[in-house]
Ligand binder design. Sequence first.
Ligand SMILES: Nc1ncnc2c1ncn2[C@@H]1O[C@H](COP(=O)(O)OP(=O)(O)O)[C@@H](O)[C@H]1O
Ligand SMILES: O=C(O)C[C@@H](O)[C@H](O)C(=O)COP(=O)(O)O
Length: 332
Amino acid sequence: MKIQFSSDREFDLIAIGRACMDLNAVEYNRPMEETMTFKKYVGGSPANIAIGSSKLGLKAGFIGKLANDQHGRFIEQYMSGVGVDTSNMVVDQEGHKTGLAFTEIKSPEECSILMYRDEVADLYLQPSEVDENYIKKAKVLLVSGTALAKSPSREAVLKAIQLAKKNDVKVVFELDYRGYTWTSLEETSVYYTLVAQQADVVVGTRDEFDVMENVTEGSNAETIEQLFKHSPELVVIKHGVEGSYAYTKSGETFRGHAYLTKVLKTFGAGDSYASAFLYALITGKDIETALKFGSASAAIVVSKHSSSEAMPTVAEIEQLIEERSEKAEQLS
Ligand SMILES: Nc1ncnc2c1ncn2[C@@H]1O[C@H](COP(=O)(O)OP(=O)(O)O)[C@@H](O)[C@H]1O
Ligand SMILES: O=C(O)C[C@@H](O)[C@H](O)C(=O)COP(=O)(O)O
């Protein structure tokens, strides 16, 4: 099965949500308390996905709000430098700050993120700053769940979704759950369910779907049964290194396998997966190939230091897929 996107659109994908900064531990394999130096990268899940898509050759744009300071300007310059259209990134005029994510790399398996997100500019995006004329130029609107955590960003995103649906722009909902931004699980579940039911494609980890459903140890079968009563035509559920599943409304199930690699850190997997999975879908590849693209992109990024700067090219992804399929053939 292939997803059909509107043709004749200037942008393949427009993402909405946070563009922030990652400060990744330069000394790895030690706790944060003993980490003395950090390297700065652009971060924030939807920004990472827009950057990843742009590096793959898609025409990507971004809707968001940046701090009116050096950090905000660094983010804008980096994103436009890699080809993301930043014309709809507005600059905050009320003193709000850039969100920061300090990453701790204790071991390749044990990574955590310490987020500084009080009064962050991205959550102050106003509905009036979302422009229909921009959204209607896209094939896909990529919505990050974290942008639903607080008003006015929440209403700005809901407006963007309404405009996307009005203009035949496919809505992709990346659950991107970051607990510290939300006040309660009940509230998260309400907004996640509302948006997932309206989206065309929903992507998240099994744990994130549990948050959406406000359950512990939910099942993929139950998730898709509920979601396919509404708008979604494709649901992707990720299970970390165990791989991922894509379910279609028409009843097909596809399994994606992780490509084992030398892992430096685990974060960045989800965003690199999303950008390459969407690249493959938007360029007309089938879902099985899209799962391979997502998994290969994630394997490349978890073996490198950053999330955004490490995003691979199409050639790197194709090379990894080919090498691994040759190896699998030799072993069989
Ligand atoms: N340690 C790993 N090695 C190789 N690939 C990985 C690893 N962890 C995750 N991946 C790949 O990244 C995808 C997304 O990872 P996951 O951890 O489920 O998402 P998230 O980063 O959003 O929590 C997985 O489906 C898998 O293909
Ligand atoms: O999303 C953030 O605000 C932090 C990211 O920039 C960071 O790189 C990260 O955590 C990415 O992790 P992923 O969700 O596993 O891709």
